[in-house]
Design a protein around this ligand. Structure first.
Ligand code: NAD
Ligand code: ZN
Length: 393
């Protein structure tokens, strides 16, 4: 089959790979109809996540049609149209039972490595390095889905393939980021990053009762989407002082909650951002955390900092004293996608959101090398790329 593979930092290729096979009675094989590139894939592309090997198949946002099921998968049949959550969950362990699906104890066969780094390991993830299980991803014609009796969700006919692919990750991720803020009616929320995750976090913050949402980025097309698609007020951080503007808007108090939808590759020109860049370039640091620092600084006392943006390593110069002194609450982590697919699919069906409004590029798997570069460099007003391995049928 054709598949998109990681071939080193900054190098993506499309090539031939063996067709996946059922290895376990709880597996299914999916024929991928639509698959997207995520900001998280850019961290792999940028070489920021260790544990990648040349030839690894990328992709954790995909939907398609079931073509084969293992003997224990009773909930799916050949021909079903499904979306697959990006984290793999067993459904039985302590964490799955609590609905913390992305923290599943049983799906990362390489848990030992992460346990050394982090104390405990989260769930295995599709196409996201050998640290997270080395599972082949879905930027390919076919993909093996383990624990298919738990993960894949059958789609309503009213939801299109391109809409469905958003349910695998970024729509639930934006929603959980906003939910983690415990928004009260009338709150002001600041969102750093107007990529897909930030845009869905803004929409969700309004659904959950926010009165004002301030969206921060520097790319005009992304700020425009924050305004027209998500109805936020916008702040261009390359033109204005973020702290001063946020204080002005909130009468000196600061936003009630702050969402970091940027993560480990934050851009910036301030002294701390330059410091991060130098350390990163010298392989002395894994993460560039300018946004995290700024959000801690801006958030109101007793407010919440929600971090959907991915961080990987040991963060330098975190103003933890400020976070402590201001009594901030932190919430973060990989999204528990399984929890959100059904309610968010219903919102799509009711017409409350059409996630495809943020798609800028559509193509085939062969377009992947160009799409990765364009999405990373935010060229051609690129906001989201979707690939159709078998064409747009
Ligand atoms: P993206 O690359 O499209 O968007 C990131 C945005 O951040 C860009 O628009 C960029 O201009 C902006 N940005 C950079 N520096 C900034 C700054 N100093 N201030 C304000 N904005 C700044 O990516 P995305 O797909 O929207 O993903 C965003 C983050 O969410 C990534 O870190 C990704 O890995 C993470 N993510 C997490 C989960 C999860 O489960 N927690 C799931 C999906 C994505
Ligand atoms: Zn993703």
């Amino acid at each position: 089959m054709r598949a998109v593979t990681w071939c080193g930092s900054g190098s993506i290729q499309v090539g031939w790979a063996p067709d996946p096979k059922i290895l376990n009675a709880r597996d299914a094989i999916i024929r991928v109809k639509a698959t997207a590139i995520c900001g998280s894939d850019l961290h792999l592309y940028g070489g920021c996540i260790p544990g990648m090997q040349r030839g690894d198949i990328l992709g954790h946002e995909f939907m398609g049609e079931v073509v084969e099921v293992g003997g224990l998968v009773k909930n799916l049949a050949v021909g079903d149209r499904v979306v697959v959550p990006f984290a793999i969950a067993c459904g039985n362990c302590y964490f799955c039972q609590k609905g913390q699906w992305s923290l599943c104890d049983n799906t990362n066969p390489n848990a030992k490595i992460l346990e050394k780094m982090y104390g405990q390991s989260g769930a295995g993830l599709f196409g996201y390095s050998h640290l997270y299980g080395g599972y082949a991803g879905g930027q390919s014609e076919f993909v093996r889905v383990p624990y298919a009796d738990i993960g894949p969700k059958k789609l309503s006919p009213g939801v299109t393939d391109d809409q469905a692919v958003f349910l695998a990750d970024v729509l639930p991720t934006g929603y959980m980021a906003a939910e983690n803020c415990n928004i009260e009616k009338g709150d002001t929320v600041a969102v750093w990053g107007c990529g897909p995750v930030g845009l869905f976090a803004i929409k969700s913050a309004f659904w959950l009762g926010a009165e004002r949402v301030i969206a921060i980025d520097r790319f005009p097309e992304r700020l425009r989407l924050a305004e027209t698609f998500a109805h936020a007020e916008t702040l261009d951080y390359s033109q204005e002082n973020v702290f001063e503007r946020l204080m002005e808007i909130t009468h000196g108090r600061g936003p009630d909650s702050c969402i970091d939808a940027v993560g480990m590759e934050a851009h910036g020109t301030s002294l701390d951002a330059r410091y991060d860049r130098v350390k990163h370039a010298m392989y002395l640091a894994t993460d560039r955390l300018h946004v995290l620092r700024q959000a801690i600084y801006c958030c109101r006392k007793g407010g919440t900092l929600s971090v959907p943006g991915v961080y990987g390593g040991f963060l330098d110069k975190v103003p933890f004293g400020a976070a402590f002194a201001k009594g901030l609450r932190f919430a973060m982590g990989q999204t528990h996608v399984h929890r959100y697919i059904q309610p968010l699919m219903e919102r799509i069906e009711r017409g409350e959101v059409d996630p495809t409004e943020i798609v800028s590029h559509r193509g085939r798997l062969d377009d992947a090398p160009r799409f990765y570069q364009t999405f990373r460099d935010k060229q051609e007003n690129c906001t989201k790329c979707i690939m159709h391995p078998f064409g747009n049928s």
